[in-house]
Ligand binder design. Structure first.
Ligand code: COA
Length: 212
């Protein structure tokens, strides 16, 4: 299993979907820029869609964030690249502070059981080690979920630590599974009370990528 499941990157060049997201983000930008407490003073963080010149930074952030991660195969940067190459990176957001790109999150479409609903997979999400614990990851997750709601998605699933993702509303579901992953780490969040994620999650083939 990869620690940072999920992701579908923006095409590096403008597409209809990308333009739609950029418009949506521009509308919401004031609400999205967040001040986080880093002791004192406050650090201003901007969340925005990936652009072509972010790609090297995104790769580097994923390498650094997952370098010592216990359950990572250190393939997250390759996964994001493969999603982008596959045209499967649906939402790819970066966090920028003081002109420096310090975080990234990817969302890709995913199969959930035999559901024909529109589910997304969150991941990988990564924050530069020296910027962790300051709200950057939370801002990326919350803004990404808001973007999925704007797209009228059914919801989002992921493989990750419930200790972190439960704060965003993610939880386990009795019949939600991911091959080879213990049930407690397979989490879902439905945007509608009428739908629960149920069945086997089938991610984009980018997640099968082998280490270099
Ligand atoms: C996980 C990650 C994206 C969170 O981003 P962040 O900016 O550090 O997180 P935030 O500042 O928004 O939130 C901090 C909180 O998350 C908790 N947290 C961070 N990583 C966690 C983890 N792996 N498991 C459980 N809790 C975690 C912190 O303990 C802190 O909790 P508190 O608010 O109760 O004090 C970041 O730490 C990271 O890049 N880690 C390495 C890569 C990784 O593990 N990615 C996720 C794979 S599923």
């Amino acid at each position: 299993m990869d620690a940072g499941l999920g992701g579908n990157a923006y095409p590096a060049h403008p597409t209809t979907a990308n333009a739609r997201l950029i418009r949506g983000i521009a509308r919401a930008l004031c609400a999205i820029a967040v001040d986080t407490i880093v002791g004192v003073p406050l650090t201003r963080i901007e969340i925005r869609p990936e652009i072509a010149s972010d790609i090297d930074d995104i790769r580097e952030i994923n390498v650094e964030a997952f370098r010592n991660h216990l359950i990572s195969r250190q393939t997250e940067h390759l996964i994001v690249d493969a999603l982008r190459d596959n045209g499967a990176l649906e939402v790819s957001l970066v966090a920028v502070t003081d002109g420096r790109t310090v975080g990234h999150i990817a969302f890709s479409k995913v199969g959930v059981g035999d559901s024909e609903s529109d589910w997304y997979l969150l991941g990988p999400v990564s924050v530069e080690p020296d910027m962790q614990g300051q709200g950057v990851g939370s801002a990326l997750v919350q803004f990404g979920l808001e973007e999925l709601r704007t797209r009228h998605a059914s919801g989002c699933v992921l493989v990750g630590d419930p200790g972190y993702y439960s704060r965003f509303g993610f939880s386990t579901f009795p019949d939600l599974s991911y091959e080879g992953v213990p049930h407690e780490y397979v989490l879902g969040l439905s945007f509608s009370a009428a739908i629960s994620p149920c069945g086997l999650i089938v991610a984009n083939k980018a997640f099968d990528i082998e280490p270099d």
